[in-house]
Design a binder for this molecule. Structure first.
Ligand SMILES: Nc1ncnc2c1ncn2[C@@H]1O[C@H](COP(=O)(O)OP(=O)(O)OP(=O)(O)O)[C@@H](O)[C@H]1O
Ligand SMILES: [Mg+2]
Length: 345
């Protein structure tokens, strides 16, 4: 049985109130509705999930029934399929183009006793975010600030390797996680809470893990908390930006990076989230010749339009195994003005 135009419009507007539980955007806007038909007195709705086997299909089913029942639709049958890669890419592109990357805010956690929460981020992977986080924390701690690191990279947690530790957290008597304390720096990462080496994390689990680490860790009072973010513009970093009350974003790039593109992506995110980007740290920017001491710059200019360049850090072979060496080698000193500025402003 065909449905006339007016009824179809009404159905779409009712379904527009149903949100994908994982992404937080309406299933109509996400173009998840593949068909609406009537067979006798039953309404048939086709829904394309964004990923195959989405465990949240039953939540969508319940929400669809809820949204339609008050308008007299009592017999509803849902048929679930899933989007092709191309369809998903088209939806993502449209959301980006319209700056609708952000779902309605998921729960924002309390700021608590942390004065400054700084997210260290790059749209590209492997540029040295985690190393820069470790250097910033080591240096901030050396300058006398109460400092912590929260490793928000759930599937690529690396902060323990970078600081050379293998620590497992335990619960304090107040049922809080005890963070690793490295010369006074408090550190928490997912591998301190799980025994599994590689876990596949889906959206809601990522939010839960981030929440547990941020909210249930015994941080005490802090001047600075550095967040080591996963790379890219996917769910992982977005969840962090949306749920943790981030004060400022520090960008990390390398000269080889497609910096303008990276800058643009970051600006879109930061604008949408209204979090200021304080500037860029260019990592692996030059080398000092071990024999003659000459400084050799990387030939590519990675400056990003409209975002101040705060520091250029050298490629140093000692840092490729352990960022702690940044203190002895004097590299971390170069971050002092940045840290002082983060505290002051
Ligand atoms: N200045 C440097 N000199 C030499 N090696 C470096 C420097 N900075 C980072 N590295 C090395 O480069 C590699 C990538 O660094 P790191 O893990 O910090 O990057 P990342 O941006 O956090 O990566 P991901 O996106 O995977 O989280 C590591 O092996 C690290 O030790
Ligand atoms: Mg990293």
């Amino acid at each position: 049985m065909s449905i006339d135009e007016a009824e179809l419009t009404k159905l779409y507007s009712l379904l527009d109130t149903v949100k994908d539980p994982e992404i937080g955007i309406s299933i109509v806007k996400l173009k998840m509705i593949s068909k609406i038909e009537k067979k006798e007195d039953t309404l048939l709705i086709g829904i394309k999930l964004t990923v195959p086997g989405c465990p949240l299909a039953s939540t969508i089913e319940k929400d669809v029934n809820e949204a339609l029942k008050n308008s007299g639709y009592n017999k509803i049958k849902l048929a679930f399929g899933y989007m092709t890669k191309e369809e998903l890419a088209a939806v993502k592109k449209e959301l980006y183009d319209n700056k609708k990357i952000l779902p309605s805010p998921i729960e924002k956690y309390e700021k608590k006793n942390v004065k400054n929460i700084i997210a260290v981020y790059s749209a590209k992977g492997g540029v040295g975010k985690s190393s820069v986080v470790a250097m910033l924390a080591l240096e901030a701690n050396r300058l006398g600030y109460k400092t912590a690191v929260l490793d928000c990279d759930i599937s690529g947690s690396s902060i323990q390797a970078i600081v050379g530790s293998q620590y497992h957290s335990y619960l304090t008597k107040d049922k809080k996680f005890e963070p690793l304390s490295l010369s006074g720096i408090k550190i928490m990462s997912i591998d301190m809470l799980t025994n599994t080496e590689a876990l596949i994390w889906r959206g809601p689990l990522v939010s839960n893990a981030i929440k547990q680490m941020y909210s249930d860790t015994d941080w005490g009072e802090l001047d600075l908390m550095f967040l080591d973010l996963p790379p890219g513009t996917s769910d992982g970093p977005l969840t962090v930006f949306q749920s943790i009350p981030v004060d400022k974003i520090l960008l990390v790039t390398t000269p080889q990076n497609l910096s303008q593109l990276v800058g643009k992506k970051t600006t879109v995110i930061a604008d949408a989230l209204k979090i200021p980007v304080v500037g860029v740290i260019e990592n692996m920017s030059y080398i000092i010749c071990e024999h003659c001491g000459e400084k050799i710059d990387m030939p590519v200019d990675s400056s990003i339009k409209d975002i101040p360049l705060l520091a250029k850090l050298p490629f140093k072979k000692e840092l490729s195994t352990n960022a702690i060496k940044s203190v002895d080698t004097g590299i971390a000193n170069e971050l002092d003005p940045i840290i002082i500025n983060l505290i002051k402003n």
